[in-house]
Design a protein around this ligand. Sequence first.
Ligand code: B12
Ligand code: SF4
Length: 437
Amino acid sequence: MKILFTNECRREDGYYEYFGKNSKALARIVFPIKISTGLRFIKQNFPRIEILENPTWDEYCAWLSEGWDVVGFSFFTHGTGRALKMVEKARQAGVSQIWGGGYGVLDPRIQDRFDRIFHGYAEPEIAEALGVDMGPVRHPPLVNQWNISPLPFKVQRVAALFTSRGCPYKCTFCQTPVFCPRPETLPLESIEEVLRFYRDHGVDWVFVMDENFGMFKEHSEKVVEMFPRFGLHWSLMTRAENALKYLDDWVDANLMGIGVGIESMDHRALAAWKKKQTTETVARLAEELERRKRYMWGYYMLGHQDADVDSTLEEIEMVRALKLGFTQVTIATPYPRTALWDELEQKYGIFETDWEKYDTKHLVWNHPHISPEKMEELHDHACRRLNSSAIFLRFAYKIYRSYAMNLASYARGLSLISSFPVKCYRYPEDPGYLPAR
Ligand code: B12
Ligand code: SF4
C-alpha cells in the first residue's frame, strides 16, 4: 500500500512567517515555518509513510501523479480551504482512501470529506490502521534555523521539544482539551535520545512547546535535569502559576525564558474564558523572571466581548508595561468544538466563511462594540506598541543576558552567541530523522 501524508499547500505568498504576523518592525526574528511537526512525528514512527511538507500546489500535483493508495491530510483551521481543494484533486486522481488528522479535522462540517478521521495525537490509531505494532512513541528531531531582520545571514539553529501532550484546564477558547482530553507524557528515553541528537547537531537552544510544561511534576523534573547534562539552554511554555512553582529549579538548569498565555489584562475576559488566572500572577512572574535575569514572552488576545476601542487601547498599554521580550498578538477567534464557538455563535453570530480568516489576525464574529476593520487596526496598533524595534533590541539583550547567567559569565555568553551563525553553516539545516532502531 502506497501512503502519502501531506499538510495544506503553502499560500502563494510563501511559507508562514510567524514573527512577521506579530511585528511590523524592521528589527525582529524571521522564522518561516518549513517543517510540519505533526508529519515529522508520523514519519519518525512510521517510516513507510511518505510525507510532503508545506508544498506548493504544483509540487503537490506532481507528487499526486505518482499514484497513491492513501493520501492523508494534516491542516490547521485556517488552512482548511486549501486542504479541501487538495482533497478534491486527490479524489479526481483516483486515490481510494483519503484520511484526515490534526486540529483542522475537529470541524464537524468537513469530516464527511474524508474516508477516515484520526483523533488527536494519532500514532496509536495510525499503527492500528496500518496493522503494525509501533512500540513507544519516538520524538523526531525538529530543527529549524532563523535569522534576524535586517541581517542577511542565518543567526541560530533552534530545536523544538515536546515532553507532554494536552492540558487539564478547560479555557473556553482553546481546542486542546477537545483535541487531547487525557494529557499524557512522552517517553523519557525518547526525549533523551532527541536531546543527544540536538547536542550532536549544533543546537544550543531548545524550545519546549508543551502547552503546560510542569503539569507532570516527576516527569518534568527528569526532563529538566537533562538540559544541563547535554549542555543545552531551554525555554518553555506553561501557565504562570506553574512557572512560579518551579522557577528556581528551572533557572538552576539552564533556563532562558518562559512564554505564558496572558490572554487578557481584563479580569472580565479571564473569568468569561475560564482561564483561572489573574493578571497579578502574570505580572508577578514577569517580575520574578526579571529578578533572575531571565526573559518572558506572552500570548495575548484582543477583542473579548466586553471590550471596546478605548478599553482595548488601555489593555495594550497594560501588556506593554509588563516589559515582555515578545508578544504574540491575536484577535479572539472561536474555533470549532470549543465553548467559545458555541457562545459567540448563539449570542452574536459567526459571520466569516473564508477559512483563511481563522488565523487569529481577523475578526470572524459579530463583535458587539468593535467592527472587523477597527479590530484589525487595533491588532496592527498592538503589534507596533508591543513588538517595536526598540523592544526587540531589549529582548536581544535579555537573551544574551540569559545565556550569560547560565554560563556564569558575560564573556562566555558572548562567545557562545558568536558561535551560532557559524553552526548554521557547519551543520545541515535539516538534519533529518533519528536512525531506525
Ligand atoms: C508549535 C505551535 C505553533 C508554532 C509552529 C506551528 C507549525 N506550523 O509547526 C507557531 C508558533 C509558529 C504557531 C503558529 C500558529 N499557530 Co500554533 N500551535 C503550536 C502548538 C503549541 C503545537 C503544535 C504542534 O507542533 N504539536 C505537536 C504535533 C506532534 O502535533 P500535531 O501537529 O497535532 O500532529 C499530531 C496529530 O494531530 C496527528 N496528525 C496531524 N496531522 C495528521 C494527518 C493525518 C493524515 C493523520 C492520520 C494524523 C495527523 O498526528 C500527529 C502526531 O501525533 C499548538 C498547540 C498544540 N498542542 O498542538 C498550537 C496551535 C496548533 N496553533 C494554533 C494557531 C491558531 C496558530 C496560528 C494560526 C496563530 C497563532 N497562534 O499565531 C499560527 C499558524 C501557524 C501555521 N500556519 O503553521 C492553534 C490551531 C487551531 C486550529 N484549529 O487550527 C493551536 C492548536 C493552538 C490552540 N490551542 O489554539 N503555532
Ligand atoms: S489555553 Fe492553555 S491552560 Fe487553557 S486549556 Fe488551553 S493549553 Fe490549557
